[in-house]
Design a protein around this ligand. Sequence first.
Ligand SMILES: [Zn+2]
Ligand SMILES: [Zn+2]
Length: 269
Amino acid sequence: MRLRLLPSSFPGSSHEVSAPRVAAQPLTSFVVEGQGAGPLAVDAGSLGLVGEPAEMGRIAGLVLTHAHIDHVASLPMWVEALLSLDRAPVRVHASAGAIEALRAHLFSGSLFPDFEGLREADGRPLMELVPFLEGSPFELVGFQVSAFPVAHPVPTHGLLVDDGEDALLFGADSGPCEALWQVAASSPRLRAVVLEASFPERMQAIADGSGHLTPATLAAELERAPAGVRVLLAHLKPAYREEITDELSRRVGDAVEFLEPGPWVELAR
Ligand SMILES: [Zn+2]
Ligand SMILES: [Zn+2]
């Protein structure tokens, strides 16, 4: 199994031929591949911005953790890319609550057209929003995916993604979360947990109020991590990234790994 954080920012000068990779990641999208499974995208913050349409079309499935804009910002562009490859209906898996938000606010006819209501000439809808159920694992492009609610102010789900040999746990956006560690403890094939660290500790009140972690609350969460399971971090708010990484190195040393945009991270045992 392997995991990739997609880039979502661009070098400051478009004239630099060998511009350095930008660490700041305002949008969230992951791609995971497993034994005969995937590629599966988790979230679509920048999914529709990375590569040519044919490259985006390699993504076989998409599941969303929630409908906050940093996780769905480029969803319309990704759906359009797949439609250009005759992939209607493009299926997007999400919770009923997230689907309600997408219908009401994104594919509403005002921000973007209602792709569920539009049809190809042969009658196929352009898009299907497919609800998943908590506690009912479902098969998606060769993975078994299990969703569980996490601590965030809108309907938000952590996702356990399992290819039968290895499993990966996405914590989504969340404050401290009992359910996540229960799922982790009951997943013998678990190789890694992807967590967030959105704010520095001086912003603890904002983090608590908005359902996010700081290095302080993350460090407390890590005490519950099963032995031998890697902890991968993403979703550091770009303006505070250095502050967050400094605080984390003081609190937990090398107990966590920061996901850099672009390269694959190998997770198989
Ligand atoms: Zn969020
Ligand atoms: Zn977010």
